[in-house]
Design a protein around this ligand. Sequence first.
Ligand code: NI
Ligand code: MN
Length: 217
Amino acid sequence: MKATWLGHSVVKLEGSKTVLIDPFINGNSKCPVKLSELGHIDFVAVTHAHGDHLGDAYTICKMNDATFIGCAELADDAAKHGVKSVGLNIGGSWKCDNVAFNMVNAVHSSPIGCACGYVIYMDGKRVYHAGDTALTMDMKLIGAFFEPDLSFLPIGDKYTMGMLSAIKAVEYTKTKKVIPIHYNTFPGIEAKPDVFKEMVGSRAEVLLVRPGEVYEL
Ligand code: NI
Ligand code: MN
């Protein structure tokens, strides 16, 4: 499976299917691609309805006839916009075409429904996308059930956990690899990923990828 961070919280997973998470493309100063350059997308999973996460989700779904995945209320909103959608809630999972979406807790706000994270299972790999969240003890459940091969964790502070909390999140989730996200996109969420890597130390491998750089998992 290929995993590509596209800046901020945008993540593209390419395996037997293509999954896009939190597609904030237009207006994202760190995103190296345009909507027209994303390639075919099968599923768009959104963690919550803040603009820097919901982003261009509805447009991308319509362009690709892709399935939108979000919390129940947000999925209803997507449906009202003419988007094919599936609503889940925290603790639930949904499987389609051998891709499983597990919706997990996030401690954060959302203008529509609730905020969440995802553990996505595809082609034998488990990938955790934390969305926007504080550190939460529920991350221990991710360690107990999933032990992700790769996790995308916010480190920018202010709206999400910062680096110190993210180190605990690495421990709790028992993730093998980490790509830090949600930092340096706009003022107020400055962070130093190289310092984060040093602080995480031997707990997990921190991958310092540039936006758009493809990582083969
Ligand atoms: Ni948010
Ligand atoms: Mn955010």
